[in-house]
Structure formats: structure tokens, C-alpha cells
Write a new protein. Sequence first.
Length: 155
Amino acid sequence: MNERVVEILTYIMSEIRKNQNITMKLDLLSENLIQQGYSQSEISSAFTWLLDRLNNDTEELIERQQPLMSSSVRHLHEIERAMLTVPAQGYLIQLRELGIIDELDLEQILEHSMMLGHGNVAVDDIKTIVAAMLFSSEPGFDGSHFIFDETPVVH
């Protein structure tokens, strides 16, 4: 389900960037998403994440009219390019440009992609990693621990 929420976030942010006045028509945007087959729960989760992000970040995701650009551009290493499919590379760029992920998130996504252990990380794999990172408080995705907690429980 969380992968679908990431799809919704991508759609919402794309629509907001295309049309600044759409923020006044969020009901229409929600209806459009329902027509595309998303559930009300998934749509609510996406809007909740977006509103939490707006309240917690100093960045104004909606107010920004230009795509997010920093003074430097992160290029993928040859190994990273070989690991990711071209559509997955484009999807990462899209997530970054829309402000759904930041530079640190991008690095974490790339690390997790490397840990998958296969050379064809596709868009669906990226969606799974991003969903886990955005909607999970599990160790490894919240920035406080990389893979293991200090007191892991083994069953």
C-alpha cells in the first residue's frame, strides 16, 4: 500500500508544480485519484504525509515555483548507473525535483538499492524503498540506525 502512496505523492506534487492554483482544488485532485483507482485511505495517507512535511520543514514545497535546484548536482557513479534501470534513475530524479526526497534520502535509497544485490533495480523497487523510508520508523530508515538496532532481538 505504501508504494501506492508514494505514487500519489508524486502525482500530487507534479500537479501542484504544474498549476499553483490547484491547492485550492484539492477535492478535485482527490476525486481524480479515486477515479484512477486509489483508495481514500491511500489518498489520506499521502495528504497527511505532505501536510506533516509542510509543518515540519522549513522548505515550502508548494510555494516553490522552480524545480528544486541546489548549487551542486549529484551524478550517479558508474556502479550506481549499472545497478539501476534507466527508468529507476529517472524516477529518483523526479522524486528529488518534486521535493519528496532530499539529498540524504537519495543516498539512503542508493545504499538500500545496492543491498538488494541485483543489477536491475527497477522503479517498483525504488517505490518500495522510498515507501519504507517515508512511512516507517524501523531502524535503517529513520536516520538513527543504519541496519541493526543496538539491542536486536533474534527469534
